[in-house]
Design a binder for this molecule. Structure first.
Ligand code: SF4
Length: 350
């Protein structure tokens, strides 16, 4: 590692802030030694705030219908090969019941932007989960909605909202999305979520088509300034039924390097070791945790819908819908010196 890279890492560690050009230098200065140094600091910061705990979130993929047509996504509306499904209120509650009995204390309801799930429908489901399990957190990942809608969902009891910004560069954003989707609106939604009181998560894909190192530096600066409670960073993985089918997947090691950087830039962030990371690299999720991540999101969705919720190909099966599978996951995480805990795992407020 050269002297300049070390100085930048030390500055990030002590101040949690860098300029955009410094983030770029950090990306360009990546070597095995820099990775290791950064990782050791990221782990120490994560330990300071969260100890050895890894939080689990029960993922419920409620619908693979989507009105949008993002070019990278396997459930985009123009993919005619996608076998569509929607979970009913009862389906969702039954996933939550199973998850609760296993020890999950956060449920993440994720889906495409499906107009079927009106505010009324979602508020009803959220309120029922909160009525049955008041000590559990409800996280939503349902895309862009109006401020009024976010407010209603929050008032119904939802605690957290994940909305990846995807890229902080507007030209890059337009190369990944159809023209009706804009970075401006995405950022507006993120600010609204925060203002309403949600623990808010942003994030991006590593190695998405046309992404430059400068784009990543911009993403890192955006994350530092937005200071989200959660941040999802995973490698891009192409899906065969999308226009990006022939692009190569993102790099797992670079993803882990960026996880470490984000841990230092936003020390208390809840940082998942994503399923995508585990899908492109054997042991990828464990490497993510060893790089500063502290969340895993096993799937609680019904077995028969899992294949259909295909955002990208070769998705790692991360089910924990049975006690046996959850024990296996706990053992994996314990083998690298960490402990899966069954608590809500809220972000520490700064
Ligand atoms: S990325 Fe999200 S909004 Fe875009 S098509 Fe896929 S599910 Fe829909």
């Amino acid at each position: 590692m050269n002297k300049k890279t070390k100085e930048i890492i030390d500055k990030l560690y002590t101040t949690s802030s860098l300029s955009e050009p410094e983030y770029l230098d950090l990306i360009e200065g990546r070597t095995g030694e820099a990775e290791e140094y950064l990782r050791s600091l990221a782990v120490s910061v994560r330990k300071k705030h969260y100890g050895n705990k890894v939080f689990i979130r029960g993922l419920i993929e409620i619908s693979n219908y989507c009105k949008n047509d993002c070019l990278y996504c396997g459930i985009r509306r123009s993919n005619r090969m996608c076998d569509r499904y929607r979970l009913t209120k009862d389906d969702i509650l039954s996933c939550a019941d199973t998850g609760y009995a296993l020890g999950f204390r956060t449920f993440v309801m994720q889906g495409g932007e499906d107009p079927y799930y009106t505010d009324e429908t979602m508020c009803d489901i959220i309120a029922e989960i909160k009525r049955r399990y008041p000590e559990c957190a409800v996280t939503l990942s349902l895309g862009e909605r109006s401020r009024e809608s976010y407010k209603r969902l929050f008032e119904a009891g939802a605690d957290r909202y994940l909305l990846r910004h995807e890229t902080a560069d507007s030209n890059h954003y337009s190369s990944l999305h159809p023209k009706e989707l804009t970075l401006e609106n995405r950022i507006k939604c993120l600010h609204e979520l925060k203002e309403i009181g949600f623990q808010t998560g942003c994030g991006f894909m590593v190695g998405s088509p046309y992404q430059t190192k400068e784009n990543i530096a911009k993403d890192l600066k955006f994350i530092e300034e937005f200071s989200p409670e959660m941040c999802g960073i995973g490698p891009f993985i192409p899906h065969k039924d999308t226009p990006f089918r022939d692009f190569t997947a993102g790099d797992a090691e670079l993803t882990c390097y960026l996880l470490s950087i984000v841990r230092l830039a936003v020390p208390t962030v809840l940082l998942p070791a994503t399923t995508a990371l585990g899908s492109i690299l054997e042991g990828g999720r464990e490497l993510g945790i060893l790089s500063g991540a502290n969340v895993v999101m096993p799937n609680l969705s019904p077995e028969d819908t899992r294949e259909k919720y295909s955002l990208y190909n070769n998705k790692l099966s991360t089910g924990a819908e049975s006690a046996e599978k959850l024990i296996l996951l706990k053992e994996k995480i314990a083998s690298i010196g960490y402990e899966i805990v069954t608590e809500r795992g809220d972000a520490i407020r700064k």
